[in-house]
Design a protein around this ligand. Structure first.
Ligand code: ADP
Ligand code: MG
Ligand code: ZN
Length: 477
C-alpha cells in the first residue's frame, strides 16, 4: 500500500528583545546562571507581570510578513504543569485567543511553489533550564531563561515530506531573520521545532494518528527524525498495528526516535485566562505603521533579483536566503560587476571561503568593492578565471586588492596571439607522437595540449586563444 505523510510544525522562536516578556530582566545569552532574574520571573508571591510592548510588535511583524491576520483581541492564558524549570507552576501563553491567525509561508518543492498554511502565532514565555550533574545525584536550575519571550508559530498539516519540512523551516527562519525579530540559531535553541507527523493511505481523507517529535537541534536532524518516524509508522500499520499518539524524542546518537511519554491533551493543562494580565487590543493604526515599516522580504527580493539582474531563479534564492548576502551581492553589482558573474563567484568561491572559516558574510574577508574589482579584472580579460581563483584566495588571506596582487605577482593574462602561438609550437614540437595521433583523429588529445600550454605559461594564457590556436597549429599538415 502507498502512504502519504502529513506533517505540521510548531516553531518556537526566541524574540530578540533586550528584556524579558513580563519583567525588565536581560535576555542576554550566556550570562552567569541565575544572574538575570527578579521577583517576577522567579515567581515570588504577590508580583505582577507587565507585558513588553516590543514582543507584541515583533509578533505583529511576523504575522504581517507571513500574510496572517492580527486578531482584534487576544488574551494570555495560564498553561498549568509542574516541572522544576517552571517556578510559577504555569507558563503564561496564549490559547483560545492568539495574537494572530492564518497566513502562509511559500516554499519551493520539486513540483513547484507550495503554500504552507499557518494556523496561529502566539506569544509566550520560555521556561528555565535544568542542568544535570552526571556524577552527583542532583540537578541545578538556571532561571535566566524563564520569561524570555517566544513566538510560537504553528503550521497547518500541509507539509508532506521531510524535504518540505526542511524548506518550510529554512524559509520561516529566513523571514524571521530579515525582520530582525529572531536570530534563528537552532544550536543555541533560539529557533526550535517540534514536528507532528502521521501517515495515511494515499488518497484517504482522514488524518492518521500523529506523534510529536522533539529534541532536533538542526534542520538536518528534523529531516532525519521525520524520515525515520514516517518509515516507523508505515511499518506499524503494515504489521496490522496502530500508531500511539505520543511524544517521541530524537536520539541523535542512534538516529532513531524513542517514545518519551503519551501525548498530553489540551485539557490536561487546565488552560484559563490569566487574571493578572488584561486583554490585549492592538490599535489598527499601529498595525498599519508596522506594515509600512516591514523590510523587503525574501520572496519579493528573489523576484526582483531575477527581474532586475537577469540572474537565474536558483541563484536569486541562494543569495536572498540571508539578507546580508543579498545586500553584499547588490553592493558588488553597484560597482559595475556583471550580475551573473557576481552571483557565480559569490555562490562558489566566497560562500566556500566563508564556510571553511565559519564566518558570516557580515565579516567577509573581502569587501564588495574589492570583490567587484576582481570580477572586473576577469571581465576585462586581464586575468583568466583560473588565475582569478588564486587571486581570490590571496585577497582573502592578505586583504589586498586584486589589482595589487595581479601587479605584484605578474599574473596578467597573456592575450598576445603571437606569444601564445610561440609556446604552442614549442609544445607541439615536443610531443610529435601525440600530435600525429591527434591528426589521425584522437581529438581528446586537445585537452592534453591545452594542459601543457597552460603549464608552460603558469596558467596565464588566455584559454580561449589557446584553444583556437592549438586547433589551428594541430590541423596544419
Ligand atoms: P499541541 O500543543 O497539542 O501539540 P498544537 O495545536 O499546538 O497542538 O499543534 C498541533 C500541530 O500538529 C499543528 O502543527 C498541526 O498542523 C499538527 N497536526 C495536527 N494533527 C495532525 C496529524 N494528524 N498529523 C500531522 N500533524 C498534525
Ligand atoms: Mg505540540
Ligand atoms: Zn525578571
Amino acid at each position: 500500500m502507498n502512504y502519504q505523510a502529513v506533517i505540521g510544525l510548531e516553531v518556537h522562536a526566541q524574540m530578540l528583545t533586550d528584556s524579558k516578556i513580563f519583567c525588565g530582566c536581560s535576555t542576554k545569552f550566556g550570562a552567569e546562571p541565575n544572574s538575570s532574574i527578579c521577583p517576577v520571573c522567579t515567581a515570588q508571591p504577590g508580583v505582577l507581570p507587565v507585558l513588553n510592548k516590543k514582543v507584541v510588535e515583533f509578533g505583529i511583524k511576523t504575522a504581517l510578513a507571513t500574510h496572517g491576520e492580527v486578531c482584534d483581541g487576544s488574551w494570555f492564558a495560564r498553561k498549568n504543569y509542574f516541572y522544576p524549570d517552571l517556578p510559577k507552576g504555569y507558563q503564561i501563553s496564549q490559547y483560545e485567543h492568539p495574537l494572530a491567525r492564518g497566513g502562509h509561508v511559500e516554499i519551493e518543492t520539486d513540483g513547484g511553489k507550495k503554500k504552507i498554511g499557518l494556523t496561529r502565532i502566539h506569544m509566550e514565555e520560555d521556561a528555565g533550564k535544568l542542568l544535570h550533574d552526571e556524577h552527583a545525584p542532583q540537578s541545578y536550575v538556571d532561571l535566566n531563561r524563564t520569561g524570555v519571550p517566544l513566538l510560537e508559530i504553528v503550521s497547518e498539516p500541509d507539509i508532506n515530506s521531510p524535504q518540505e519540512a526542511g524548506a518550510y523551516l529554512k524559509k520561516l527562519r529566513s523571514i524571521l531573520r530579515y525582520l530582525e525579530v529572531c536570530d534563528g540559531n537552532m544550536e543555541e535553541g533560539s529557533f526550535r521545532c517540534d514536528a507532528n507527523v502521521s501517515v495515511r493511505p494515499a488518497g484517504a481523507h482522514e488524518l492518521g494518528t500523529r506523534t510529536e517529535l522533539k529534541n532536533m537541534n538542526s534542520f538536518r536532524n528534523v529531516e532525519k527524525a521525520l524520515e525515520y518516524e514516517i518509515k516507523r509508522q508505515v511499518q506499524v500499520l503494515e504489521d496490522g498495528g496502530r500508531v500511539n499518539q505520543e511524544t517521541r524524542l530524537w536520539n541523535d546518537a542512534r538516529d532513531i526516535t524513542e517514545s518519551m511519554r503519551s501525548k498530553e491533551e489540551a485539557h490536561d493543562y487546565r488552560y484559563f485566562p490569566d487574571p493578572d494580565l488584561v486583554a490585549l487590543t492592538v490599535d489598527h493604526r499601529w498595525i498599519e505603521q508596522i506594515r509600512q515599516s516591514l523590510p523587503e522580504l525574501p520572496d519579493h527580493k528573489v523576484e526582483r533579483f531575477v527581474c532586475d539582474y537577469g540572474i537565474p531563479h536558483y541563484d536569486a534564492q541562494v543569495l536572498c536566503a540571508e539578507k546580508e548576502m543579498a545586500d553584499y551581492f547588490e553592493a558588488v553589482v553597484r560597482e559595475n560587476a556583471p550580475p551573473k558573474q557576481a552571483s557565480n563567484w559569490i555562490m562558489t568561491e566566497l560562500m566556500r571561503e566563508l564556510k571553511e572559516n565559519r564566518r558570516d558574510i557580515a565579516d567577509s574577508p573581502i569587501n564588495p568593492v574589492d570583490f567587484a574589482g576582481l570580477i572586473n579584472l576577469i571581465e576585462a580579460g586581464t586575468i583568466s578565471g583560473k588565475i582569478a581563483k588564486t587571486v581570490f584566495s590571496e585577497m582573502a588571506k592578505t586583504g589586498k586588492t586584486a589589482q595589487e596582487i595581479v601587479r605584484s605577482q605578474g599574473l596578467t593574462q597573456i592575450s598576445d596571439p603571437t606569444r601564445i602561438e610561440e609556446v604552442i609550437r614549442r609544445v607541439v614540437g615536443g610531443f610529435p607522437k601525440e600530435a600525429a595521433d591527434f591528426r589521425a583523429g584522437k581529438e581528446r588529445l586537445l585537452g592534453f595540449f591545452v594542459g601543457r600550454v597552460m603549464k608552460e605559461t603558469q596558467g596565464k594564457a588566455n584559454p580561449q586563444l589557446v584553444n583556437d590556436l592549438l586547433q589551428k597549429v594541430l590541423s596544419e599538415p
